[in-house]
Design a protein around this ligand. Structure first.
Ligand SMILES: N[C@@H](CCC(=O)N[C@@H](CS)C(=O)NCC(=O)O)C(=O)O
Length: 215
């Protein structure tokens, strides 16, 4: 399998964590988002959305969208499971994942920030502020959703890692990259800390990838 990746990508970070927890290694291909290589024709042929991650199977089949890729990996390699079995529980885990995957993270990606700059003249500071704003909105939603539900345990759903924890971890790293604070979300921060204490998750962190600036 081949993973199209870039050090800073939060969506690819989610997939890297899932691969690590499954004990899988894949070939990686760097798509330099800062240089705009996601818009190269060669990558457009892989993903017409011009977004990473993309996972290419040995037979050439392409899977895009981090949540779809993670669920695919979980179905292909069921141990350790990263989704609960009961439909309602699976729905809860997916809805926690989607807080960031569908509603927060899409607002802060390079193409959105570039458009803010080119169409509206946003400065670096304003773009940072924009990203932080939407990530904090998502952070507050996570905190309330987790605090309200008796299904929350040591992790987002019970006491074992699920895809919701990987999504929450990517969200928290996003808050940090956009110079925000987790202080208003102690429940989230506790789960994030627990996740980051897992060496496999820590090693997948954006700032520990080739090409990343020194922290
Ligand atoms: N919903 C997608 C989001 C993918 C996404 O936004 N990827 C970012 C990097 S984290 C990207 O490739 N952005 C390129 C751009 O904005 O031009 C997923 O979860 O895979």
């Amino acid at each position: 399998m081949k993973l199209f990746t870039f050090w800073r990508s939060l969506a690819t970070f989610r997939v890297r964590m899932a691969l690590a927890l499954k004990g899988l290694t894949v070939e990686t291909v760097t798509v330099d988002l800062m240089a705009g290589h996601q818009r190269d024709p060669a990558f457009h042929a892989i993903n017409p959305q011009m977004l990473i991650p993309a996972l290419v199977d040995d037979d050439g089949d392409i899977c895009t969208q981090s949540l779809a890729i993670m669920e695919y990996l979980d179905e292909l390699h069921p141990e350790p499971p990263l989704m609960p079995r009961a439909p309602r529980e699976r729905a809860r885990v997916r809805s926690l994942c989607l807080i960031t995957v569908a509603d927060s993270h899409p607002l802060v990606g390079p193409r959105v920030r570039e458009h803010l700059q080119h169409a509206f003249g946003a400065t670096e500071e304003q773009k940072l502020d924009w990203g932080r704003h939407w990530l904090i909105v998502g952070l507050d939603a996570y905190e309330t959703a987790l605090t309200r539900s008796s299904a929350t345990g040591q992790y987002c759903h019970g006491d074992t890692l699920t895809l919701a924890d990987l999504c929450l971890t990517s969200h928290c790293v996003g808050v940090q990259l956009f110079k925000g604070s987790l202080a208003s979300a102690p429940r989230v921060a506790g789960i994030f800390e627990r996740c980051m204490s897992d060496a496999r998750i820590a090693a997948a962190h954006p700032l520990r990838q080739p090409g990343a600036p020194a922290a």
